[in-house]
Design a protein around this ligand. Sequence first.
Ligand code: ZN
Length: 202
Amino acid sequence: MNSCLLCETPIAQIPSWKALLALEKQTEICQDCSKEFQRADIKERDPFLDQITSLYTYNEAMREYLHQYKFLQDVALASVFANELRVHLKGNATIVPIPMHPEKRIQRTFAHVDELLKSTRIPFAHILEKTGTEAMGEKSRAERLAMDSLFKVKPGTEIQPGTYILVDDIYTTGTTLRHAATVLKEAGATRVEAVTLIRAER
Ligand SMILES: [Zn+2]
């Protein structure tokens, strides 16, 4: 018997044909924990992104989840929202995780967005990489705004006309997604959408 990844209560699994065929991952958290998360299901548009879909609100349960997943590095938690994310990543689009700065990746021990995607078992492509360093704090606001993009297309990658879906854990101001979308469109993407697990207030 599985235990809930969040509270360790045993979970009774109901066998289903989907589970038997491994089309769907088994439930990873119990009903009580699951109820604590609040669906947002927000779809937004902005001048840079053709569509931004966010699945959950940033409530207390989600804050705790992110803390345990990202900062306490509990990589098993990557699969908690796999079924919900998968629904939004189907189709012919190329799935592109927002990349982490390599130094940060070492600090955190794993790339949290990549792990979320791996749990959905939908193929994704590392097309973007971070530019420069993270020393934003030393720059003034005007300097930051004038700076080049946060991302660039990986050398040697050809961007085909078509739809690209950026994936990130949390959507707050949208700066990260806009930078990434702009780079992809300048390189030839026809349509750029985004899917984020969480929609937070600015
Ligand atoms: Zn639980």
